[in-house]
Design a protein around this ligand. Structure first.
Ligand code: TYM
Length: 361
């Protein structure tokens, strides 16, 4: 695994997939190493998504061939509103663009616009182990929340593996909650290559940010997430007074004790580290260890620096709201570029598997 702070390991290799695919047999390998990641169109990006993954997506654009996807097929694995979904998909595209995803440098597209994702997912169903899928913690957790547990929810990680490997991506920037799915992706790639006798797929490695797990302000023993409810996440585009309230009421503890921070205080310090100049962070950390820090002060400073960090993103998002057609065009163009890669790779996959009209020739 690679941590984002480890800049040396992040430098792209000149040699595509040097560890697993020294001599790609077909398709044109990208000149730079390929990064792939995805996000569900939940309607609103929160600080966990942003600091856990999206900020890394933005940084990686510097040195990698990046493919970023809004995964609407994943969003329909649980109860959802089909009328709302397109609006949420477009809103997520706007959020990502506002955060700094640059459609000139990266491919940004919607999963369902490239049908090869589901085609490869079916093939991977036959290379994924049923036993492994039953052990996925995210499935077990989500299944508890749902009245109707769909087969799609069970199969969710297989579609995720197809997303990544369809582009033969070797790096995947994600939060900690996705590591098990990445492990499964590597297993599928390995099994496919072994059974079909060709090192076609790389075994992709995760890239974790400095904040692989941002916690809920209302219950810092749980990760920040929309599914827990309104008070458990802070949206990037949320009204300022609402963000202020959530930080002011964030769970801490009764006061600094020893060197071990409680989960809530650690979470606030983490947000401070991600948004404030180092000097500000160090000063408050010093006060914490001296036992003189008032949490109300910590919260005020966190709020101030967080808002400063978010301000340009929020402003860009506001402008994009007025240009939905431009965003639709970006997604259309992104899908065309993604599809060109997907089609080329699927041609070889069908050949290897022995399916498709081409196999009969
Ligand atoms: P999703 O949509 O739940 O979340 C998007 C990204 O945000 C990260 N994340 C967090 N990071 C730190 N702290 C948190 N509290 C937090 N909450 C969310 C997630 O780890 C993720 O990186 N299954 C994926 C979507 C997906 C995907 C893919 C990802 C589909 N296909 C292929 C990578 C590659 C998901 O549900 O992410």
């Amino acid at each position: 695994m690679i941590a984002f702070g480890d800049s040396k390991r992040l430098l792209p290799h000149s040699n595509f997939n040097s560890n697993s695919n020294p001599n790609p047999p077909s398709g044109s390998p990208p000149l730079r190493e390929r990064v792939f990641s995805g996000i569900q169109p939940t309607g609103e990006l929160h600080l966990g998504n942003y600091f856990g993954a999206i900020r890394t997506w933005v940084h990686l654009q510097e040195g990698y061939d990046c493919v970023y996807c809004i995964v609407d097929y994943h969003a329909i694995t649980v109860d959802y509103d089909p009328k709302e979904l397109p609006r949420r998909t477009l809103a997520m595209a706007m959020d990502l663009l506002a955060c700094g995803i640059d459609p000139e440098r990266s491919i940004l597209f919607v999963q369902s616009h490239v049908p090869e994702h589901t085609e490869l997912a079916w093939i991977f169903n036959c290379f994924a182990s049923y036993g492994d899928l039953t052990r996925m913690t995210q499935f077990k957790e989500k299944a508890k929340e749902e009245e109707f547990v769909s087969a799609g929810l069970f199969d969710y990680p297989v579609l995720q593996a197809a997303d990544i490997l369809l582009y033969r991506a070797s790096r995947v920037p994600v939060g900690e909650d996705q590591l098990q799915h990445l492990e499964l992706t590597r297993d599928i790639a390995r099994r496919f290559n072994h059974r079909l006798g060709e090192e076609f797929f790389p075994e992709p490695e995760p890239i974790l940010s400095e904040a692989p797990r941002i916690m809920s302000p209302a219950d810092p023993t749980q990760k920040m997430s929309k599914s827990l409810g309104e008070k458990h996440y802070i949206g990037l585009m949320e009204p300022e007074d609402s963000i202020y309230r959530k930080i002011r009421t964030a769970v801490t503890d009764i006061g600094p004790r020893g060197s071990e921070m409680s989960p809530g205080v650690r979470n606030l310090f983490l947000i401070l580290k991600l948004t404030a100049p180092e000097g500000v962070y160090r000063e408050l950390e010093g006060e914490y260890h001296e036992g003189s820090l008032k949490y109300i002060k910590l919260k005020e400073v966190v709020y101030e620096h967080l808002m400063e960090h978010l301000r340009p993103i929020r402003e860009r998002r506001q402008k994009l709201e007025e240009e939905p057609d431009q965003v639709r065009e970006i997604l259309q163009e992104g899908a065309a570029r993604a599809r060109a890669i997907a089609q080329e790779n699927m041609r070889r996959v069908r050949e290897l598997v022995g399916v498709g009209a081409g196999a009969l020739r």
